[in-house]
Write a protein that binds this ligand. Structure first.
Ligand code: BES
Ligand code: MN
Length: 457
C-alpha cells in the first residue's frame, strides 16, 4: 500500500481522467437519430464497455433497452461478505444547440480559464470518470472493499425510459444495497452537497390545425382562424400573471423546508438581466423544488427570416412540465393534456402527444450511508455536507427506489451552477472533479467500514 494520502493518489489520476474525458466528449452521443447518427452513441457505449473491462469488470454487457438505446453494465466483485454498491452515470448528452455560440467546439474538450469545456463534460461524462477515478484510487490503496456494479445509461436526456423498462424486466440486474447516482452536483462550487429530491418531468408535444393551408394575412386575416395564434393563446394559459404555473388540477402551493436559496444568489446563478423579474411566488426553493413548473421548450412556427405575411394553418410546441415529489407523472400528463385541450380557442383541432416522462424522486437522507457520505464530504472539502433539492429529473431514481425499496440512494455529481449544463459552453471544474472523486473514494471506504462494523465482524 502506498504511504501517500488518498487525496494525492486521486490528484495523480487527474491527467488520465482528463485524457479519457476528452475521448468521451469527442463522441456526439445525442440519443436522437434525427439529429446525430446512432453510431456516435454506439461508439460511446463501446468506449464505456472497453473501459469497464480494462478496470477488471466482469459480465460487461451492452444491454439493448426497449427505446432502442444501449446501456452498459459491468460487475466488479469484491470481498464475499461485502455489500454491493451500484454506480450510475449516463453517456448520452444534450444536443450542442447553437454551435456558433460555443467559444470552442462542443465535442472537443478545451481548457479555458481553469475549466474544461465540452458538451457532456459535467452532464454526465465527467460523472462516469468520477466513478472510475474513485475506484482507481482505492485499487492503489489496498483494493475496492465492496462489490461494485456500474450502469451507464444511453438515453437519460430523452426521457424515453429505455433503462427504466429494462430494469423492471430484469429486476435482479441492478439490485444493490446502496446506489450512487453521479449525475447531479453541488449547490454551489466548493460546497459538498447531496441532493434529496428531484422533480419528475412530462414532455408533451401539442399540435394545432385550423385551415387546409396558409392564407394571405391581408386577404383573410381578421376572420381566418390562425393556428399559431391559437397555440400562443393555449400556451399562455399555462401561467398566471406572475408567471407561476397554473395547470388545472395541479397544486402549485407546495413549500420546501430545508436549505434556503437567496433571491440574489439565484439571480446570479441564473444570469437574469437587470430589471427583469423572477417568476412565481413563494421562496425560491418552493418554486424550484416543491412546485410544478412549465416551460415551452420549442415551437414549430416560421422563423422570422423568410416569414411571409400569412395566417398559419398549423403550429406546434414542445412543453416540459416538471413536478415535485408527491406528484404522479401519469396523472400530471393527463392534467396537462386536458388543460391544453380545454384552452384551445375557436374550435381549433388539437393533438397532444406524450414524448417523454420520468417520475419525481425523494431520498431518505437519514439512512446510514448518508453518514458515511457526510464524513467523506467533510474530509474531502473541509466543509459540512449540504442537503439541497434539485429541480431537474433523473427518471431511473424512482425506478430503483421502487424495485429496491431497501436500497439507499445517494445523489452527487459535478453539475454545480457554473457548469451551465444543457446550455452552450457547458463546462466542468477540474477542482470539483478532483474533490468529488476523492469524496466518492472516501465514501466507499467509510461505507464499507460501517457495514462490516454493523455486521459485528
Ligand atoms: N443531470 C441532469 C439532471 C440535473 C439537472 C442534475 C440539473 C443537476 C442539475 C439530467 O441529465 C437531466 O437533465 N435530465 C433530464 C431528464 C428528462 C429528459 C426526463 C432533465 O432533467 O431534463
Ligand atoms: Mn445528466
Amino acid at each position: 500500500m502506498p504511504t501517500v494520502p488518498l487525496s494525492e493518489t486521486v490528484a495523480s489520476l487527474i491527467p488520465r481522467a482528463r485524457a479519457e474525458l476528452a475521448e468521451l466528449v469527442s463522441f456526439a452521443s445525442v440519443a436522437d437519430a434525427r439529429q446525430f447518427p446512432k453510431s456516435e452513441c454506439e461508439k460511446a457505449a463501446a468506449w464505456v464497455a472497453a473501459a469497464l473491462r480494462d478496470e477488471g469488470f466482469q459480465d460487461v454487457a451492452l444491454l439493448d433497452t426497449p427505446d432502442g438505446t444501449q446501456s452498459v453494465y459491468g460487475f466488479l466483485p469484491g470481498p464475499a461478505e461485502a455489500p454491493t454498491v451500484l454506480l450510475y452515470a449516463h453517456y448520452d448528452v444534450q444536443p450542442p444547440l447553437d454551435e456558433s455560440a460555443w467559444l470552442s467546439p462542443p465535442f472537443e474538450l478545451t481548457e479555458r480559464d481553469g475549466r474544461w469545456y465540452g458538451r457532456g463534460a459535467a452532464d454526465c461524462k465527467g460523472g462516469l470518470l468520477m466513478h472510475f477515478t474513485a475506484l482507481r484510487a482505492l485499487k492503489e490503496h489496498g483494493g475496492v472493499p465492496l462489490n461494485i456494479k456500474v450502469i451507464v445509461e444511453g438515453s437519460e436526456e430523452q426521457g424515453t425510459g429505455g433503462l427504466e423498462r429494462y430494469a423492471e424486466e430484469h429486476p435482479e440486474l441492478l439490485a444493490a444495497d446502496t446506489v450512487v447516482i453521479g449525475d447531479v452536483g453541488n449547490f454551489r462550487l466548493g460546497l459538498p452537497t447531496v441532493t434529496s429530491s428531484l422533480r419528475g418531468m412530462v414532455l408533451m408535444e401539442v399540435r394545432v390545425a385550423t385551415l387546409e393551408g396558409n392564407l394571405h394575412s391581408g386577404q383573410f386575416g381578421g376572420a381566418a382562424p390562425d393556428a399559431l395564434g391559437a397555440l400562443i393563446h393555449m400556451l399562455a394559459s399555462l401561467r398566471d400573471e406572475t408567471g407561476a404555473t397554473t395547470i388545472d388540477g395541479l397544486d402549485g402551493t407546495g413549500e420546501w423546508s430545508g436549505l434556503g436559496y437567496a433571491e440574489e444568489d439565484f439571480r446570479r446563478d441564473a444570469k437574469v438581466l437587470d430589471g427583469v423579474e423572477l417568476l412565481g411566488n413563494g421562496t425560491i426553493p418552493d418554486r424550484l423544488w416543491a412546485r410544478p413548473a412549465v416551460t415551452v421548450i420549442g415551437i414549430d412556427a416560421p422563423p422570422v427570416v423568410g416569414a411571409t405575411p400569412s395566417v398559419q394553418a398549423a403550429a406546434g410546441a414542445l412543453v416540459s412540465l416538471r413536478v415535485p415529489p408527491g406528484f404522479d407523472v401519469g396523472k400530471t400528463a393527463r392534467a396537462l393534456t386536458e388543460h391544453l385541450r380545454a384552452a384551445a380557442p375557436w374550435g381549433a383541432r388539437v393533438e397532444v402527444t406524450l414524448r417523454g416522462s420520468g417520475q419525481p424522486f425523494a431520498a431518505d437522507t437519514f439512512s446510514p450511508a448518508y453518514r458515511a457520505m457526510a464524513e467523506a464530504m467533510r474530509e474531502a472539502y473541509d466543509e459540512e455536507m449540504a442537503v439541497a433539492g434539485q429541480g431537474g429529473s433523473i427518471p431511473l431514481c424512482n425506478t430503483l427506489a421502487t424495485l429496491y425499496p431497501r436500497a439507499e440512494i445517494l445523489l452527487i455529481g459535478l453539475s454545480e451552477p457554473g457548469a451551465q449544463i444543457h446550455a452552450v459552453n457547458e463546462s466542468l471544474s477540474p477542482q470539483e472533479f478532483e474533490r468529488m472523486s476523492l469524496t466518492e473514494a472516501l465514501f466507499l471506504l467509510r461505507y464499507a467500514a460501517s457495514q462490516s462494523a454493523g455486521q459485528g465482524v
